[in-house]
Design a protein around this ligand. Structure first.
Ligand code: ZN
Length: 89
């Protein structure tokens, strides 16, 4: 557990790091994730390369983009369920 989109709280995703994130790393594991299932890690300046390389070395599709803490609710491709649902929320 742990690293998921629910962890988008503005802190670096590197274990043990408490720096604020300035980068977001969107990635997917093609073996277990479907095309529309993208996970997001956040990273500080120091760890963005580490985390990106960690994923890239596994041949995961990875995309790095600037992250602003004030923009803590990235547009997720999940809108189709968010409104109509409500159950379990
Ligand atoms: Zn960090």
């Amino acid at each position: 557990m742990g690293l998921s989109s629910a962890a988008l709280e503005g802190g670096c995703s590197r274990a043990g790091c408490r720096e604020g994130a300035t980068w977001r790393i969107d990635w997917r594991n093609p073996k277990i994730h479907s095309e529309d299932r993208v996970k997001t890690w956040l990273a500080c300046d120091e760890h963005v390369e580490y985390l990106r390389d960690f994923l890239a070395s596994r041949s995961f599709p990875v995309r790095v983009a600037a992250f602003e803490a004030t923009d803590a609710a990235p547009a997720a491709p999940l809108g189709r369920d968010a409104r109509s649902g409500g159950e379990g929320a």
